[in-house]
Design a protein around this ligand. Sequence first.
Ligand code: APR
Ligand code: PHB
Length: 387
Amino acid sequence: MKTQVVIVGGGPAGLLLGQLLHRAGIASLLLERRSGDYVLGRIRAGVLEPGTVDVLEHAGVADRLRTEGLTHDGVEIGYRGTRHRIALKELTGKHVTVYGQTEVTRDLMAARAASGAPSVYEAEDVTLADIGGTPRVTYRHGGKLHEVQCDFIAGCDGFHGVSRRSVPADALSVFERTYPFGWLGVLADFAPLWRELIYAASDRGFALASMRSETRVRCYIQCDLNDSLEEWTEPRFWEEFGRRVGSDIAARIPSVPALEKSIAPLRSFVAEPLRFGKLFLAGDAAHIVPPTGAKGLNLAVSDVFYLYEGLRSFYRGNSASGLDHYSARCLRRIWHSERFSWWMTRQLHQFPGDAFDGRIQQAEVEYLLESRAAQAVLAENYVGLPL
Ligand code: APR
Ligand code: PHB
């Protein structure tokens, strides 16, 4: 079999690339290791930058997002029992849209099915060959081994995927920071007791009050990496969450079961460059940000958009310059988001550290809450730097 682009990974990055390519008349085969239901069962963040919404519009998958997405003109920072609003709209002229990544993925899957472009779910042992020359991808499906020849491979298979591992180790530079804590997240059905997201720093650790809709909340607390889900019963979670976000909210949290509960470690990670021969990495395959700031999906979307532009001008205009500049163009935006996510994580969590670091952190948050200029910096990054 032959195609123009093999897309490895059917998360939001791979699906979006496939949809953009389809609309540009470029053929792709998408290979996903898991089932579609498994992919849709993963709960991820849900804050879209305006630039992300523009790309989804361009891809023709924004109908439901336009009607069901929630427009948020601000976010709140909780600090020592008080809350301060960062007026995103006033400070930047822009807002963010709250719409779960699961829903973005669902819309993209529906669009791919409608387009008739081929996808193979539960594709096992995906292997990339000759990525520096005439690329081939093999995989196993339904007990058979398949081989596909292609012009390019898009490695959209997330942090644990095969694509990045297929690049010779000496051709990649890796930059990494791990954090000594995780986020315990709970998804639950009740009407949010907050109008906008609250990023709360407290002496007990960080907490985030988020939402998915008018009837569904998503909440997180900073936890120990060794904590187990069993020890965090729902009553214990809600009590701890309430203590961190503030007593007005704590008093009104209903006692409801969790629809989903998970612990995720926090990590900053970048692999450079994003291109090796005919292989292009995009999304979590190339970089990870800690979730503070909700940049993961937004960065995946900007990578994919740049890759789509590069491939489109290659096939239409016979110009390779978009592909040649792909890595540098992505990395510039990636590092700005890495910096912002690292900074927000640094300011709002409890770190084991010396007393000096603690005082600097305190001064930084106080400055943010007093200075309109500092708030403008946060707001500009939160709504997203231009694509
Ligand atoms: N072969 C085929 N598919 C694979 C393989 C493999 N060897 N390894 C992983 N995959 C699939 C995964 O099952 C997953 O569905 O690749 C997909 C990668 O999807 P994501 O992890 O969602 O990554 P991405 O599409 O880049 O989306 C980035 O996801 O992790 C969040 O914060 C991140 O919101 C951001 C978004
Ligand atoms: C979420 O709703 O899951 C969410 C929102 C904002 C973040 C991270 C996660 O920064």
